[in-house]
Every structure is written in C-alpha cells, then in structure tokens.
Design a protein around this ligand. Structure first.
Ligand code: HEC
Length: 119
C-alpha cells in the first residue's frame, strides 16, 4: 500500500479520502503547479474546458486512481467507467499527460483546490 507522509500527516493512496492538514508551503506549491499546468483548462469553482476541480477528490474512489488519471488520463479513461464518462462529456478532450508529476505534487495541487473551494 502506498502511504504519503508529510510531517505527522500520512495519506493512504488506496484508502477513501480523508481530510488532512496542509502547510502553507504545500498550499503555495500547489498554487504554482495549478497555475502553470492546470489553469488553462480548469477553474476551481466553475467548469471551463475541463470540469471544476471543486469536489473532484471526493468523486474518485481513491487517490491512486486520481494520480494515475492526472499523470496519464487516457490510460484511466480506457479502463474506468467514471473517467470514460467525463471524457465523453467533455468532447473527448484528452488531458495532456504529465508523467513527471509526483504523488506529492498532485496532493499539493488538490490541497490548494480544496483550500480555495467555495461551499
Ligand atoms: C488541455 C486542457 C487540460 C489541462 C491542461 C488539464 N486538464 Fe484536467 N481535464 C481536462 C478535461 C477536458 C477533463 C474531462 C475528462 C477528459 O476529457 O478526459 C479533465 C478532467 C480532470 C479531472 C477529473 C475531474 C472530476 O470531476 O473528477 C481531474 C481531477 C483533472 N482533470 C485534474 C487536472 C490537473 C490536476 C491538471 C494539472 C496538473 C489538469 N487537470 C490539466 C482538461 C485539462
């Protein structure tokens, strides 16, 4: 099982989502990554060419699948019904593969997303 630990907080890649506390440095790193890699297509609180990322964490059964999708969405679209549905709903746009992103970096992006989500 994959476990990511930052400070005293550990996140399981395969367990259901849990709320976690992030440091301001992690949130800042997530903001930078989001702006440079995701912001062309995604907003946090509104749909654009990609869906609003607000609540996205909770829509995935586990983080491992979400990590895989962000790194190479096509591989998950081919094997997962939820991902396939999104792909069809969004004009069959393939998200650019970003294999260089680590689990930690993806966690940081979603920490930033969660911290800036409107209720
Ligand atoms: C070129 C546009 C584009 C870029 C850049 C992009 N995405 Fe996407 N994203 C999409 C589209 C379109 C979808 C809808 C699914 C599909 O078409 O495969 C999507 C879907 C998603 C989903 C699923 C959303 C849900 O409701 O469950 C997540 C999560 C996601 N993107 C995260 C990211 C992250 C994180 C980044 C940056 C690291 C990123 N995307 C960069 C276009 C993009």
């Amino acid at each position: 099982m994959l476990i990511a630990c930052i400070g005293v907080f550990c996140r399981s890649a395969t367990a259901p989502q849990q709320s976690t506390v992030y440091t301001s440095a992690e949130l800042e790193a997530g903001k930078q990554l989001f702006s440079s890699l995701c912001g062309n297509c995604h907003k946090i609180n509104a749909d654009m060419s990609g869906p609003a990322l607000r609540g996205s964490l909770a829509r995935w059964p586990n983080r491992a699948l979400l990590y895989a999708f962000v790194r190479n969405s096509k591989s998950v679209v081919d094997t997962n019904a939820y991902a396939k549905g999104l792909y069809l709903a969004y004009n069959q746009t393939v998200m650019p593969a970003m294999p260089q992103l680590t689990d930690n970096q993806i966690d940081q992006i979603f920490a930033y997303v969660e911290a800036n989500s409107q209720p």
